[in-house]
Design a binder for this molecule. Structure first.
Ligand code: ATP
Ligand code: MG
Length: 201
């Protein structure tokens, strides 16, 4: 094949692809608040959600964060975003269950936390809400799944919500518009490397 033939083939293939892409873009003609779920055992669920905060702030949007399980008190995202006027950051969990070891206390903490999340879900001035590690209080039975789903359903129509955490319930994934499962192929921690600032916290 000559260089001219190769260039001609490439152009034809790209023209065909552009038609497909343009048609797909033309079909997507609706706008609405989205429910996203980041689940799975691989790294990237929370950090991807926090990346969306930067996108939203770049568009002048207002963001609320509710962290349900507080594993660390020193994350870079919290330190950075707390200084942003358009971000409200709530830490609603006390720690991991293996730290607290108290079912009644964990249940109360989660329910108090959900009341805070609920108030954001009823407030249309929030354009984006991150419910970080919400799957755990549901999984442990501290929060009622149908209550959570109902509050998500009743939120303002243009409000976006991202839920993170492993083992997202099927009903939550079914209600969501976009669901991503992070796959754990390898993680440095298993090779004995400590959580690194800027990468893991
Ligand atoms: P990140 O906040 O880095 O996006 P994540 O939200 O997907 O991670 P979590 O289960 O919330 O994952 O865990 C947060 C911490 O645990 C981070 O320090 C992360 O690097 C680490 N981590 C995430 N997945 C794994 C894994 N599969 N094995 C070991 N450590 C992990
Ligand atoms: Mg996380």
């Amino acid at each position: 094949m000559t260089d001219t033939e190769r260039a001609q083939r490439y152009q034809t293939r790209m023209q065909r692809q552009k038609k497909v892409v343009d048609a797909a873009i033309a079909r997507a003609d609706r706008t609405q608040g989205l429910l996203l779920v980041h689940t799975g055992n691989g790294k990237g669920k929370s950090s991807s959600a926090f990346g969306m905060i930067a996108r939203a702030l770049g568009h002048g949007m207002r963001v609320g964060v509710a962290q349900f399980i507080k594993g660390r008190t020193d994350t870079g995202e919290e330190a950075f975003y707390r200084s942003q006027q358009n971000v409200i950051w709530h830490i609603l969990g006390e720690g991991f269950t293996w730290d607290t070891q108290n079912l009644e206390r964990d249940t109360e903490t989660a329910q108090r936390g959900w009341a805070v999340a609920q108030s954001m879900l009823q407030d249309p001035t929030f354009d984006l809400i991150i419910l970080d590690e919400l799957t755990y209080p549901i999984k442990f039975g501290w929060l009622d799944l149908s209550m959570v789903l109902n509050d998500l359903k009743e939120r303002p129509p243009m409000q976006h919500v991202v839920v993170t955490g492993r083992a997202a319930p099927d009903a939550l994934c079914a209600m969501a518009d976009t669901v991503t499962e992070m796959t754990d192929i390898k993680h440095a921690f298993r090779a004995g490397i400590q959580a690194q600032k800027g990468i893991d916290l």
